[in-house]
Design a protein around this ligand. Structure first.
Ligand code: FES
Length: 156
């Protein structure tokens, strides 16, 4: 499947280009723009970026598969990413996961039409542990009760 940036993203790319020493340095912002445009990073998009940025497709795949914020396939509207690192682990991450599993009916790594549930490394909001991210929105100081209420609001 072929891919190309829409006009807005192409303009944003052209605007950023002179500020970087080499187009390769624009890989992460370009991946974000692909994900905003398509919802995930397709093989066609990696091929497009490979030519645009002069980077081998295998390198792009390595970057996309390394970072949990990039999706290699289409995902449901709400991607729940629960932090599993030390502060969140010590502050009750397991209870939060259990509540989500009960409310949505899926385990970590699974998805419904509405939700996908993942565990990720530290999201940089340790003072709000336990926390999670749904798409790009952070939710902190979670309890089994407030996470269930949040999921019920999103499901409406
Ligand atoms: S340990 Fe969870 S946000 Fe840092």
């Amino acid at each position: 499947m072929s891919f190309s940036f829409n006009e807005d993203h192409l303009n944003a790319y052209m605007h950023m280009l002179p500020r970087y020493p080499h187009p390769k340095a624009l890989l992460l912002p370009c991946l974000w723009m692909v994900q905003y445009q398509e919802g995930y990073i397709s093989a066609g998009a990696m091929k497009y970026l490979s030519k645009l940025l002069d980077i081998p497709q295998a390198h792009i795949y390595g970057v996309v598969s390394f970072y949990t914020m990039f999706n290699l396939e289409k995902r449901p509207p709400f991607h729940i990413q629960v932090c599993k690192t030390l502060s969140c682990e010590l502050c009750g991450k397991d209870e939060i996961i259990k509540s989500i599993e009960e409310e949505v009916g899926i385990k970590v790594g699974e998805a419904t039409e509405l939700f996908k549930l993942s565990e990720v490394e530290c999201l940089g909001a340790c003072s709000g542990a336990p926390m999670l991210c749904i798409n790009e929105e952070y939710y902190e100081n979670l309890t089994p009760k407030n996470i269930k209420e949040l999921l019920q609001r999103l499901a409406k």
